[in-house]
Design a protein around this ligand. Structure first.
Ligand code: TTP
Ligand code: MG
Length: 405
């Protein structure tokens, strides 16, 4: 491989700027240029989901108690937000990503890694693709995104944060230049180095990534243990071999949601689960797959997390079957504790909706069942997909489909 090719950048990290708040400012033009705070109300218990950059100037940030946000920024515009709209906009953002590469790994509703190494001939360099994505997001969705362009995920993520909001940053690609680029940054900019570990590093005199580069690996091992030492040492030199894991090709599709305030209202949890199930169903159909397993994930307020799964008698791709299984799984839980996060996923993906188990055909004729009931649900789900995509441009039109079967 020639030098230029070897050191070419091809990984992007795209992250929307003040995502929920920016959507709110788009929807309410009178809020543009003003401090907008999405999350719990100013006099409620609960936290800020996010704040516009205008509000951040006053020190308001995600996860801060809303009452504190109010003290810092009493003239701020507080809004609970519109989560179904954010997930619609998120789907539109991801559709833009998929125009440029099939290798998209979503990290949350507003950020993703893209592997564009194979997209050069069609769309240009990684930097040019980053700019094209930013332009599409700006022109089609009236929102801004920041992009990091690099040779791997670690560096791309680091870079997307450097010129936020509405910026693009390219990391040098030659190892020596990468080392120089990283040297002045705080060790805290390495993902996973927060709180305790950062304090420990400072205690032993390591404040910058450059300091970390100068500590011989055996010394680092003796100070921090093998795993942490190897991990930090590699990242300090900008080495990261993790692949961009493609969601649509991967063998499972899932969506999860973190509540701004730990949720105790079962009806609210149920509603979110239904919306997530539809998102998963849409993704499943967009990927032309059929699923045989439905999984639910719950995280309680004490961070204890459980996953429960159910295998279906035959492969499905309609929203209703996913919702039914998800609700069943939810209802088996004791929901007296507050819920922090809820997720739903499907796995065991097949290209064809064949019966999962040949034994099934001994008893009933699942193929017949599929043609009659399941196919009806599938057709209905596909019609809803089309409706959803048709109404996306028409504002916040919500489809109530929970009672259609
Ligand atoms: P982030 O990308 O972390 O934040 P952001 O997009 O609001 O701002 P930035 O410009 O710094 O990227 O998160 C994306 C969305 O996720 C955010 O708009 C709201 C939601 N969120 C929460 O609900 N709670 C949280 O604690 C965080 C960090 C985010
Ligand atoms: Mg963001």
């Amino acid at each position: 491989m020639c030098g230029a090719e070897e050191y070419r950048a091809g990984i992007l990290h795209v992250d929307m700027d003040a995502f929920f708040a920016a959507v709110e400012q788009r929807e309410h033009p009178e809020w543009r240029g003003k401090p907008v705070i999405v999350g719990a109300g100013p006099h409620e218990r609960g936290v800020v989901s996010t704040a516009s950059y205008e509000a951040r100037k006053f020190g308001v940030h995600s996860a801060m108690p809303s009452r504190e946000a109010y003290r810092l920024c009493p003239h701020g515009i507080f809004t609970p937000g519109n989560h179904s709209l954010y997930s619609k906009v998120s789907a539109q953002i991801f559709d833009i990503f998929y125009r440029f590469t099939p290798f998209v790994e979503g990290l949350s509703c507003d950020e993703a890694f893209l592997d564009v190494y194979g997209s050069y001939k069609l769309f240009g360099s990684a930097y040019e693709i980053g700019e094209k994505i930013r332009k599409a997001i700006r022109e089609e969705l009236q929102l801004t995104a920041s992009v990091g362009v690099a040779t791997n995920k670690f560096l791309a993520k680091l870079a997307s944060d450097m010129n936020k909001p509405d910026g693009i940053t390219e990391v040098p690609t030659h190892p020596r230049e990468i080392q120089r680029f990283l040297a002045p940054l705080s060790v805290r900019s390495i993902f996973g180095v927060g709180g305790m570990l950062a304090k420990e590093l400072v205690r032993i005199g390591i404040r910058t990534i450059g300091d970390l580069q100068n500590v011989p690996l055996p010394t680092l091992v003796s100070l921090l243990g093998e795993n942490t030492a190897f991990h930090l040492h590699s990242l300090a030199f900008g080495l990261d071999e993790r692949e961009v894991v493609n969601e649509r090709i991967e063998k499972s599709i899932s969506r999860e949601y973190t509540f701004g305030v730990d949720e105790t209202n079962v009806e609210v949890i149920r509603q979110i689960l239904l919306e997530l199930s539809s998102d998963v169903g849409q993704q499943l159909r967009a990927a032309n797959k059929y699923a045989t397993t439905v999984k639910m994930k719950l995280r309680w307020s004490d961070f204890k997390t459980i996953t429960r799964q159910r295998t279906l008698p035959f492969a499905i791709c309609d929203d209703f079957s996913i919702r039914d299984a998800a609700l069943d799984l939810l209802m088996q839980q004791n929901l007296s504790n507050p819920v922090r996060l809820i997720g739903i996923g499907v796995s065991g993906l097949l290209d064809e909706p064949n019966p999962r188990s040949p034994q099934l055909t001994l008893f009933a004729d699942p193929a017949t069942e599929r043609t009659e009931q399941t196919l009806k649900k599938e057709r209905l789900s596909k019609t809803l997909d089309k409706l959803r995509s048709d109404v996306l441009d028409g504002g916040d039109i919500r489809l109530g489909i929970s009672d259609t079967h």
